[in-house]
Ligand binder design. Structure first.
Ligand code: ADP
Ligand code: MG
Length: 258
């Protein structure tokens, strides 16, 4: 594997990471690094293993073999909450919002679940002006400043994705994993989400799985291409765009499909 870190420290390093389902290799000895501060995208056709990879990094799915290093620490077997405590936050392809709770409560619950936040329940939530101010700031940041009292279920699809990002940011992540955040979004919603991700502070490293290649090439400084559970390449957006192997495995199919 070539060293993509260019002397910068890696925040995340995957070493020969594999996940099998029975005899099927959903992820097959994948190795690459994510530089601290990167806007790193993972692309590849459906079934490439992208969501599986996110499950192994976030801890929702146990690995078959290989390791996950976060900031130099082996987190391969840590439970999800310990990884969240270290600064790994994820939004998932299938929403994990509390649909009956209000927009504000979804963010407050995430704020209070984090280490040091305590588990005070609703009454204490109401009594924490600092948490409420922080929740308002996060909702502003993701572009949902006037929807506080609506139930999550009442939001549009795009607004729910924005809320999921606010919930993830509430855990103060150093690494934010976004799995197809623009899926099902209107062009205007996608533009808003792209701007929101672009505006995240450099302290938040972003690892993004996305089918919308315009969004990928607008945001990413590094792109990893996967195909059938394998790592095809990691490089600059230009290097990826001009790779013949990538074009035949992915870009060609994507363009033919659109
Ligand atoms: P991607 O996100 O790149 O579309 P996934 O990581 O979701 O791909 O899936 C990779 C492959 O692993 C797919 O062929 C999928 O059907 C398979 N797979 C994912 N999860 C499971 C599971 N729980 N059991 C069996 N096969 C699975
Ligand atoms: Mg997926």
């Amino acid at each position: 594997m070539t060293d993509q870190s260019h002397g910068h420290p890696s925040l995340l390093e995957l070493r020969d990471l594999s996940r099998h389902f029975g005899s099927f290799r959903a992820l097959d000895e994948v190795s690459f690094r994510v530089r601290a501060g990167a806007r790193h995208a993972i692309i590849g056709p459906n079934g490439a293993g992208k969501s599986t990879l996110f499950g192994l990094v976030s801890g929702t799915l146990p690995v078959t073999a290989g390791s996950v290093l976060f900031d130099g620490q082996d987190v391969t077997r840590l439970p999800v909450h310990r990884r969240v405590g270290l600064g790994i936050a994820a939004t998932f392809q299938h929403s994990s919002l509390f649909m009956r709770e209000s927009v504000l409560e979804n963010v407050l619950l995430a704020l209070l679940r984090r280490p040091g936040g305590g588990l005070g329940g609703r009454r204490k939530v109401a009594a924490r002006p600092k948490a409420i101010a922080r929740a308002h700031a996060l909702l502003d940041q993701v572009g949902l400043p006037t929807r506080y009292e609506l139930a999550a279920a009442e939001l549009s699809h795009g607004e729910r994705r924005q809320l999921e990002v606010a919930v993830a940011l509430a855990t103060d992540p150093r690494l934010l994993l976004l799995d197809e955040p623009a899926a099902g979004m209107s062009p205007a919603e996608t533009d808003r989400l792209t701007a929101l991700i672009a505006a995240l502070p450099a302290e938040v490293t972003v690892l993004l799985v996305e089918h919308d290649l315009d969004m990928v090439f607008e945001l990413a400084d590094t792109v990893t291409v996967m195909h059938l559970g394998r790592h095809l390449m990691t490089g600059s957006p230009d290097a990826v765009r001009s790779s013949a192997a990538v074009q035949s495995a992915y870009l060609g199919t994507a363009e033919a499909a659109s």
